[in-house]
Design a protein around this ligand. Sequence first.
Ligand code: FES
Ligand code: FES
Length: 154
Amino acid sequence: MKKISLNVNGKDHILEVEEDMRLIDLLREKLGLTGVKEGCSEGECGACTVIMDGEVVNSCLVMAFQAEGSSILTIEGLGDEENIHPIQQAFIDVGAVQCGYCTPGMILAAKALLDKNPNPTEEEIREAISGNLCRCTGYNKIVQAIDRAKEVLR
Ligand code: FES
Ligand code: FES
């Protein structure tokens, strides 16, 4: 076991983690953050996307001990029903959520993009979500939602 300290969604934690525990398991099992979804488990689908120190990462590919000292944002830290974030609202307004499995990862990929580049082109939006697979929407509505969110956030 290793002891690590990290900040998740603005809260500091000190946790004991097994050496082979992945970050996705720490978030889902130790902290109950089930908005972090598991799809492929091999870095291909983006369902497990979180923001770690400002960068999107696939939490299925990061070991828990590698998160030592980091700040992590999951969908639960972005907003909730009472306090919805403009990107979440844009996804709802445009109809970019179908089954919803990809949605937390998509929204976090969008958040990381808009934090760095508040006025992305359509091409830049498509590039930013290129690591996130959606089986339902055909992507156009997701791109529209991020485009709408950028207008609201500017
Ligand atoms: S579950 Fe991590 S990329 Fe698919
Ligand atoms: S809404 Fe179903 S996978 Fe994207």
